[in-house]
Every structure is written in structure tokens, then in C-alpha cells.
Design a protein around this ligand. Structure first.
Ligand code: TRP
Ligand code: SF4
Length: 543
């Protein structure tokens, strides 16, 4: 996993992605592109079988990747608190691509999550030059659609970035743990980048951690993969904000993540062979790790440990440096322990942690070793002490990633090309027409189509069925797919059916939006901001 080629984000610069991943934030949808995301960025493949009752977007592979979603699933299964949050830049009409995210939020809310939807108006103003008037109008439209699709605003929270003082305080705090060089490396910002744009980045990090302010909890951020740089950065900053780092250790010296598995392997082998009260010493482990017959065993153990924690496989250099440290420690006993390292703790918090650790412990200048706590119990304790001393105790946020929809005209879906997408505000008849004139994965003639079958995997119309029109009905989606691939379905009729479903969907959705308008009155969200500012120099607005 290499971390050095940043994805370019929506909120980033105008530059094209400079990576060899053909990740056009708003268009690419071939499988090989998505595969590269796994290899290059360490996004993991989404496996819906691990989710108890997966949403249809999960079942159909629309949600294809994640970071540490397992933590959220675990909370869901155990009825523990968890949260979901996503944000929308109010630069245009909400469209069927946004609907994916609305649905993901609503689903997590139905599964019992605390759910947040936010309007990224600071980002729209600073990164896209939208005027406040335009922002107000679009903000309203996003919220109405979210409500119309079933978001429960009584149990969830909707906010605008500009209107949320608590959020901005958090952004300010997070800003003190980030610096300009990182912005350069991650987003390609440079000397000409406007400062408000930078502020909108820390604001997005604050958004991502906001659900944990009340209480730290697993949180999922459903987004497109173009937002992954923000997710990774937030995960990193969440960790930097912690008071203590909890690690495994075997002796007084510090071993890094690559060395540890070797030391652990040596310890297990020696402990197994030792008599009950026999003391294992560091130099014994050094010797074990250098004995020819053990090198392969240790390396294999280290590799499988790396798999489990998703770290780089340790190499022989790591084994050798582990041996060096063990030798230097000589006769010091080798004993497994958990270590609390001081990251940002105040003296009072450090002292409180020492007090709180049960059983045998040893206090050093910058760390504390505990010999009786399990790793999990140590994590809990560290968080508890942090929270008691005005820290945040953040969990690293998780994420899930959905595929971008292909434009109806083929190519990318862009809100600057009306025919390429369907707005949730489109007149139902226009929606019907757009589907009727959409590109397909069909053959040149009906005859050929009967003979060879169509290509549903390359068909924007099939995508409409799978992502939206078939809704929860897997049998129907499969039927369309198989009939198409088998040559029994011809594009004319197929598009007619899709177009009718689209019209019906838009009619229904817009009716629900009207009902939602009443709900909106009662919500505490200001859609008529009294802000002054610059008057809007809207950039070309890709979806
Ligand atoms: N940057 C996102 C976009 O361009 C919007 C956004 C702001 C967001 N804050 C967020 C998305 C937090 C997810 C989570 O659409
Ligand atoms: Fe696409 Fe339908 Fe034609 Fe198949 S039959 S290629 S799914 S429009």
C-alpha cells in the first residue's frame, strides 16, 4: 500500500488527478480503476456478507470499498452506539448521484445510527465561489430531497457548516494539528490557494469527527472515492488528537510496528518451550531470531501479523533491527505488556492514568507499562482518562465508497451537461425523455442484439435499474441483466420501461418533497442566511 499518490478531491484544485489511477472524480466507472484504488490507496474491498441486512447498493456492488467499516458493523450488531455522516456541496441541483448518498445515510439511520447530513456551504463559497443566495437555494433543495427520501430529522441532525459554531470550534482545534505542507502534499494546494479554501478543509475534517463530540463512537462516512483524501487525513488527525497511544511491548525499549511481530514470534516460541518460572531474557530472543531454523518461522508469523493489522509486510531489515535491540537489552527479562505512550496528555491526565491502571505497572518518563491489562481494556482505559480530562477520545472514522454513475450520454455524469444526469427536480417528463435518449450497451441492430446479447455492464440504462429503478427488488434487477445479456431484451423496450419508472419515481419524489417542505418549516435550519460576501463566480461544476 503506497500512500504517496494523493487522490484529487472535489474540494481540491482544478488540477487533473496526477495519478495513474484513472480516477476522474466524476466519471470513471470501469472496474480496473476501482481495483487500483485498493492497491494504491489501501481502500478495502467491500464484502456485503459481513453486513447483517445489507442495503441493495451493497448487494449490487455499487458500494465497492471501505475503510474499517467492520468497526461500524460490529457496533450495529451489538446494539452499540454508532453514527453516519455525509455532506453535500450546494453548487447545483441534487441529482440521482446524490440520491445514492441520501439512501446510504437513511439506511444507517434505520439501522439505529445517529445520522447527520450537512450542507458544505463554506466549501461551496470558498472553493467554488458560489454566492450566498445561490447556496441558500440549493441548500434547501438538498434538504428537501433528503427528507423526502425518508431522513428522520427528529432523530438525526441536519446542519450548515456556516451556522454551526461547535463545528467551527472543532475545526479550529484540528487545524492546530495540521500544517500547510500536508495540504500541499494531499490536495496539491500551493501559494495561490485561497485561505478560506484551506479553512473549508479543516471544516470538513471537523464534519467527519463531529458525530463523536457527544460521545466517541464508530462513525461511517458514505462518500465517493474522490473524498478519500479527506477521510484518510481525518483518520490521521483523529489519532493525532489522542492523549495516549496504546501499543504492545515486550521490554523497556521501543520497538516499531515492523519489529514487533518478530519479537512476539520469538517470545511465543520461547515461552512455549520454557518451564513455568523460567525467566526469558532479551538476549535469548535475539539468539532465537538469528538461528537459521527459526528465520522462516518468524518471518511467516510477522507477515501474517501484518495482514491482520493491514500493515506493510516486515522485511529482513526489520528482523535484524529487532535482533539489534534485543541484544542491546541483554539480560533484561522479556515480558509482554501494553504500553501507554504520552501523545498529548497533560500532567494531570498522565498521573490519572497511572492511578487508574490496575495491577502491576511501571511508570517511565514518557510512557507507562501495564502487565495485566489486555490491549482492548487498555484502549478503553486510555479513552476514559482522556475524556475525563477534556480530551475528545476520537475513534478513527470509517468510510464506505460508492461507484460514480455513468452519464446518460455515456462518459461522465456532469451537472454542467443536463442531458448527462437526472436532477431530482427535473420535470418527470424531462426525466422520461432523458432516459429515452440515453446511450446504451446495445448492439447496432436488433438482430445482432438477439444473437449476441447486449452489454449491461457497459450500459447507463442498466445502471439506472441497478442503482435506482429496481430499488430493493434484486430479482427484477437480475432479470433485466440476464434478459439483456441473453439477447431477449431489446433496448427500445428496455428504455421505455426504465423511462416510465423514472417518471414515476420523479413524480413520487417531488410530491414527497412538497410534504417535506412543511416539515422543513419546523426545523432549526436557517435557509435565508444574512451573510454578506462576494457575488458568485461559479466554476465549471462537475458532478
Ligand atoms: N467535500 C464534499 C463534497 O465535495 C462535501 C463534504 C463536506 C463532506 N463535509 C463533508 C462529505 C463531510 C462527507 C463528509 O461533496
Ligand atoms: Fe441497456 Fe437495456 Fe439495451 Fe441491455 S437492453 S443494453 S440494459 S438498454
Amino acid at each position: 500500500m503506497t500512500e504517496d499518490t494523493p487522490l484529487t478531491t472535489d474540494g481540491g484544485t482544478d488540477a487533473e488527478p496526477s495519478t495513474d489511477v484513472a480516477l476522474d472524480p466524476w466519471g470513471s466507472s470501469t472496474i480496473s480503476d476501482y481495483r487500483k484504488l485498493f492497491e494504491q490507496f489501501g481502500i478495502e474491498e467491500f464484502d456485503e456478507s459481513e453486513v447483517p441486512t445489507p442495503h441493495y447498493l451493497m448487494r449490487r456492488g455499487v458500494i465497492f470499498g471501505h475503510r474499517e467499516y467492520g468497526r461500524v458493523v460490529e457496533a450495529m450488531v451489538n446494539d452499540d452506539p454508532f453514527a453516519a455522516l455525509s455532506g453535500f456541496m450546494p453548487t447545483g441541483d441534487p441529482h440521482i448521484g446524490h440520491k445514492l448518498v441520501f439512501d446510504e445515510l437513511i439506511w444507517h439511520q434505520e439501522q439505529g445510527g445517529d445520522t447527520y447530513g450537512l450542507i458544505a456551504d463554506l466549501e461551496a463559497h470558498s472553493a467554488r465561489g458560489m454566492s450566498w443566495d445561490e447556496i441558500d437555494k440549493h441548500a434547501r433543495d438538498y434538504i428537501l430531497s433528503l427528507l423526502a427520501l425518508g431522513f428522520d430529522a427528529e432523530n438525526g441532525e441536519l446542519y450548515r457548516q456556516s451556522d454551526n459554531r461547535v463545528l467551527q470550534d472543532l475545526a479550529f482545534e484540528l487545524g492546530s494539528k495540521t500544517n500547510f505542507s500536508e495540504f500541499e502534499a494531499i490536495y496539491g494546494f500551493g501559494g495561490e490557494t485561497n485561505v478560506s479554501h484551506m479553512q473549508s478543509v479543516v471544516t470538513q475534517m471537523a464534519d467527519i469527527l463531529y458525530p463523536q463530540l457527544e460521545q466517541p463512537k464508530p462513525t461511517v462516512i458514505p462518500v465517493g472515492p474522490d473524498q478519500d483524501p479527506h477521510v484518510r487525513f481525518s483518520r490521521d488527525v483523529a489519532t493525532r488528537m489522542r492523549f495516549f497511544k496504546v501499543t504492545e511491548a515486550f521490554a523497556s525499549f521501543a520497538a516499531d510496528a515492523e519489529e514487533l511481530p518478530f519479537i512476539r514470534a520469538a517470545y511465543s516460541a520461547l515461552a512455549e518451550a520454557a518451564d513455568d518460572d523460567e525467566q526469558i531474557r532479551c538476549e535469548d530472543a535475539a539468539e532465537w531470531l538469528t538461528a537459521e531454523e527459526n528465520v522462516d518461522t518468524a518471518t511467516a508469523a510477522a507477515e501474517s501479523a501484518a495482514d491482520i493489522v493491514d500493515a506493510a509486510a516486515p522485511d529482513d531489515a526489520a528482523r535484524k533491527s529487532a535482533v539489534g535491540k534485543l541484544r542491546a537489552a541483554g539480560k533484561e527479562p522479556l515480558r509482554p505488556r501494553v504500553r501507554f505512550l504520552d501523545r498529548n496528555a497533560s500532567e494531570a491526565a498522565f498521573d490519572a492514568l497511572v492511578q487508574a491502571i490496575p495491577g502491576e505497572k511501571r511508570r517511565y518518563e514518557e510512557h507507562i507499562d501495564s502487565f495485566e491489562l489486555s490491549a482492548a481494556a487498555a484502549e478503553d482505559l486510555a479513552r476514559e482518562v482522556e475524556l475525563d480530562h477534556d480530551g475528545y477520545g476520537f475513534y478513527q472514522p470509517s468510510s464506505i465508497y460508492h461507484r460514480f454513475m455513468t452519464g446518460l450520454t455515456g462518459g461522465k455524469m456532469s451537472s454542467s451537461v443536463p442531458a448527462s444526469h437526472i436532477s431530482l427536480l427535473d420535470d418527470p417528463e424531462d426525466g422520461y425523455d432523458k432516459v429515452k435518449s440515453a446511450a446504451t450497451g446495445g448492439r447496432a441492430t436488433a438482430e445482432k442484439q438477439r444473437e449476441l446479447g447486449g452489454k449491461p455492464d457497459e450500459c447507463p440504462v442498466y445502471e439506472l435499474y441497478a442503482y435506482l429503478l429496481a430499488q430493493d427488488d434484486d430479482a427484477f434487477a437480475t432479470e433485466v441483466y440476464e434478459e439483456c445479456a441473453g439477447g431477449e431484451r431489446l433496448c427500445g423496450g428496455c428504455k421505455e420501461q426504465a423511462a416510465e419508472l423514472m417518471r414515476a419515481f420523479l413524480e413520487d419524489h417531488q410530491e414527497k418533497r412538497e410534504e417535506a417542505a412543511e416539515l422543513l418549516e419546523d426545523l432549526d435550519i436557517d435557509l435565508d442566511t444574512d451573510r454578506r460576501g462576494l457575488g458568485g463566480e461559479e466554476d465549471e461544476d462537475a458532478v
